[in-house]
Write a protein that binds this ligand. Structure first.
Ligand code: NCD
Length: 306
């Protein structure tokens, strides 16, 4: 039963519950017009304490396409947050008006705090360098659509694996499916946090950490590229030194398998050359579109209208 639940961590829902969301998203993709009025009387609030394009727009587009309405802020400076209001009080208030709340925050764990004060579902739309569960729903549904399975895959994650919350989320969720293995490609300074690898080790999930993409790209089913997360660096020099370590270009794509797919949560800032966009294996814009449909399915399930 998904009605009324929060989504704070990608493993809050069982694989069976995720499947329910994915199956419904597939139905929406097949005939979106059929669901135009599903949320006619519902209101979604978007509380974005950090910049966003895809996540906020896709949530808003998702709710509007379900016939619902949207309120919110994308600039906390324009709300009472600027007067020093606490998350608890903001949430207690917004939950009086809205049926479901989407929250992005620079502090890890902020959406969990919010959930403790909310009578309506809270969706974590990214908390600091921690997790990004709805990006993970997007990523898993993209993989499922292309590969027809979520198991037995070799998933390469490349770039800023230290601060990249989409990667932490994807690894956490995808490692629950049998036979998936991970190839983690990053400079030493940007390796995944120890808690991520400790969890994989504890559950017997196979992974390797490497520094060169060209040496491993040929063995991957999925290549998940990420940008270096400038806003989470403590100093500019480190960012400048590390930002262009990986650039996926046509030459590297020639080393990859014909059926590998390239994913990226976006925005990209140079780590995938534009020449790769025309490669049929480039899936990042299709992935962004799937993100809207999976959010439609998620909203409907948490509101209990489907
Ligand atoms: C990601 C994020 O915000 O973590 N963007 C997104 O939601 N699609 C990735 C990023 O900003 O690099």
């Amino acid at each position: 039963m998904l009605k009324g639940r929060h989504l704070l961590d990608p493993t809050d829902f069982s694989p069976g519950e995720l499947e329910e969301i994915f199956d419904f998203a597939d139905q929406i993709i097949q005939s979106p017009a059929q669901f135009n009025h599903l949320c006619d009387s519902n209101l979604l609030a978007t509380l974005f304490y950090e910049p966003s394009t895809r996540t906020r727009f896709s949530f808003e587009a998702a709710m509007l396409r379900l016939g619902g309405n949207v309120v919110g802020f994308s600039e906390p400076g324009s709300s009472s947050v600027a007067k020093g209001e606490s998350i608890a009080d903001t949430i207690r208030t917004v939950a009086c008006y809205a049926d479901i709340i989407v929250m992005r925050h620079p502090k890890e764990g902020a959406p969990r705090i919010a959930s403790q004060y909310s009578l309506v579902p809270i969706i974590n739309a990214g908390d600091g360098g921690h997790l990004h569960p709805t990006q993970t729903l997007t990523d898993l549904l993209t993989i499922r659509s292309v590969r027809k399975t979520l198991s037995g895959l070799t998933i390469g994650c490349c770039g800023d694996l230290k601060f990249g919350r989409t990667v932490h989320s994807l690894i956490k969720a995808a490692s629950r499916y049998a036979g998936n293995r991970f190839v983690l490609v990053s400079p030493k300074e940007l390796r995944v946090p120890d808690y991520v690898t400790a969890d994989l080790t504890a559950r017997g999930v196979v992974y390797q950490e490497v520094e060169r993409l060209d040496e491993v790209i040929g063995g991957l089913d999925i290549l998940y590229m990420t940008r270096v997360q400038k806003e989470r660096f403590f100093n500019e020099d480190d960012y400048v030194r590390l930002k262009d370590v990986y650039i996926l270009d046509a030459a590297k794509m020639r080393l990859a398998r014909e059926d590998m797919i390239v994913m990226h949560p976006l925005p990209r800032v140079g780590e995938i050359a534009y020449e790769v966009d025309d490669d049929p294996r480039a899936y990042y814009f299709k992935q962004a579109k799937i993100g809207m449909y999976v959010r439609m399915a998620l909203i409907a399930k948490l509101l209990g209208v489907s």
